[in-house]
Design a protein around this ligand. Structure first.
Ligand SMILES: [Zn+2]
Ligand SMILES: [Zn+2]
Ligand SMILES: [Zn+2]
Length: 154
């Protein structure tokens, strides 16, 4: 009688354990994310095969693009230094320092690694944070002298 009960408990427990394992793997960071909209997918192939609602050319005018940075706790906008806890949150609001003009586009998440010093990819100017680097105009900006701001290299 007692043994039968144990058996029943075991049978009951197995599906619960399997279910917990599935949940915890769902909780792990997704493999890849889109740099325009922050959508997450298991792998790049899946992500890149579907249209992006926030593509720079317009709603679903192109596919998701791979965010090439690592998964991290805080994402920083390359244009203005604004931070957010996810790419999705960051890229959902307009950027006051977007290259096309004030709020002419969304924030864009920095894809490089965290550094103690950030270097401008155009002129080599350095600063201790992205926010500090991008506040000033760049003398060697591709659009011309001071036609845009410094931009952090990866
Ligand atoms: Zn997307
Ligand atoms: Zn921004
Ligand atoms: Zn510069």
């Amino acid at each position: 009688m007692k043994q039968k009960l144990m058996k029943q408990i075991l049978i009951l427990c197995v599906p619960v354990v399997a279910c917990c394992a599935a949940l915890s793997s769902m909780g792990a960071p997704a493999g890849v994310r889109c740099k325009y909209c922050g959508a997450e997918a298991r792998d790049a192939r899946t992500l890149l095969s579907s249209p992006c609602p926030k593509h720079p050319s317009g709603f679903a005018k192109g596919k998701h693009a791979l965010f090439e940075g690592e998964a991290r706790d805080v994402y920083t906008c390359v244009y203005c230094g604004q931070t957010a806890k996810s790419v999705r949150t960051l890229v959902s609001s307009p950027c006051p320092k977007h290259p096309d003009g004030f709020a002419k586009g969304k924030h864009s998440a920095y894809e490089g690694t965290d550094k103690s010093s950030y270097t401008c990819k155009y002129c080599g100017q350095t600063a201790t944070s992205i926010r500090a680097l991008v506040t000033s105009p760049c003398p060697k900006h591709p659009n011309g002298f001071a036609k845009g701001r410094h931009s952090p290299a990866r």
